[in-house]
Ligand binder design. Structure first.
Ligand SMILES: [Zn+2]
Ligand SMILES: [Zn+2]
Length: 394
């Protein structure tokens, strides 16, 4: 497998140039027109066997091995950026004010293009097909994955297994370390749009009104008990009221208040419990304050289940190719719509974080100051390529 690394070293400078081009021209969810055109043109240049655009800004490509028919393995990268003001000061910083690749999807896109090029070069070393999925709008709900599955991306040819990776801010000495975890790896995310309907009135006569703000205040407090009192302490969840608004003037008792709460859960049981509790508490607090509380549940991303056999395959492939993959103790608290490719179709899948270094300051994903170490491109490309070859040749 050392020939993968040699080939990747040889195309590294070109990949860095592609990454910087994508980074400088970020586009948010479902608006990735330039990015999709760039991906398409790179795939055409390297000579993949087939290119499809199942959604306006999604690109899917196929590479057939020369060893004959076989299985189909999918590799997925997300391509969208975030509505974040870039503060990195990098020479290739975003030229689109207020939009930034702050989640590293520019690196994911580049790594998948690099893997595509390497696999085109190594066609005589595998049987079957590699399907490359460049997914739009991961960071903007409802996400691109569900739409891609609905558009048939997991069929023709039928995908037998799917893999994805995400960069993770880290110290620079661990750049390229792939994090392995079996079982539920990313959290489920759901939103609650809550409307408190009271009755407005003159501020001097509260008894004639039903104060939606006072009701909302208690509601926020009681919602804190969902995680602390209702979720099994051996399980975990996060419930945050992220926005809250209400009232028009200081001398008017508020007739309306609105809030949006976000739930992240780490098991199907925890998720079901928390959703039921939020709805019950809203009903109860509404009765207590003689207000009507409406809750609209917006189902977000599902839990990602990392198939143990697929994680073992990644371990073998990445370490066998001279990379570094190691097991970690805790799952990732974020959510990823990669989960839908497996969940909606029953396809075995695995999703890994890969240590991607840092700039002067270690900040989290989605921060306008985030800087990654571009060296991560090499192990990122090598790992994806090795995983595809290992799957198709097993
Ligand atoms: Zn993100
Ligand atoms: Zn992301």
């Amino acid at each position: 497998m050392s020939d993968i690394r040699t080939f990747v070293d040889g195309i590294f400078d070109e990949l860095v140039a592609i990454r910087r081009d994508i980074h400088a021209h970020p586009e948010t969810g479902m608006r990735e027109t330039r990015t999709a055109a760039l991906i398409r043109s790179e795939l055409e240049k390297m000579g993949v066997d087939e290119i499809q655009q199942p959604l306006p800004t999604a690109v899917v490509a196929l590479i057939h091995g020369k060893k004959g028919a076989g299985k189909c393995v999918a590799l997925r990268a997300d391509i969208d950026a975030l509505p974040v003001h870039e503060e990195t000061g990098l020479p290739f910083a975003s030229v689109n004010e207020g939009v930034m690749h702050a989640c590293g999807h520019d690196l994911h896109t580049t790594m998948l293009l690099g893997a595509a090029r390497t696999l085109c070069h190594m066609r005589d070393q595998f049987a079957g097909t590699v399907k490359l999925i460049f997914e739009p709008s991961e960071d903007l709900m409802p996400g691109g994955a569900r739409a891609l599955v609905a558009a048939g991306v997991m069929e023709s040819p039928h995908v037998d297994a799917i893999f994805g990776q995400h960069v993770c801010p880290s110290e620079n000495d661990s750049v390229g370390r792939m994090q392995l975890y079996k079982g539920y790896f990313t959290s489920a995310v759901d939103l609650f749009h809550i409307a408190v309907h009271g009755k407005s009135g003159h501020g001097s006569a509260p008894h004639t009104a039903r104060d939606a703000i006072a009701c909302a205040g208690y509601l926020i407090t009681v919602l804190q008990t969902v995680v602390s009192r209702r979720i099994d302490p051996m399980d975990t969840a996060v419930l945050t009221v992220g926005t809250m608004s209400g009232g028009d003037a200081v001398n008017i008792t508020a007739g309306e208040a609105r809030m949006v709460a976000v739930l992240r859960s780490f098991s199907d049981t925890g998720r079901d419990t928390a959703i039921a509790e939020v709805q019950r508490i809203c009903k109860g607090i509404g009765i207590a304050f003689d207000c009507n509380i409406e809750v609209e549940l917006e189902e977000g991303y599902a839990l990602q289940y990392n198939d143990p056999t697929m994680i073992e395959l990644v371990d073998k492939a990445v370490n066998g190719a001279g990379g570094k993959a190691e097991y970690i103790e805790k799952p990732f608290s974020g959510s990823e719509d990669f989960s839908f490719f497996g969940k909606l179709t029953g396809t075995p899948s695995a999703f890994m974080m890969i240590d991607a270094g840092r700039g002067d300051e270690l900040v989290s994903l989605h921060n306008g100051k985030i800087v990654f170490n571009e060296e991560v491109i090499k192990p990122g490309v090598t790992g994806l390529t090795a995983i595809a070859l290992e799957y198709l040749n097993q």
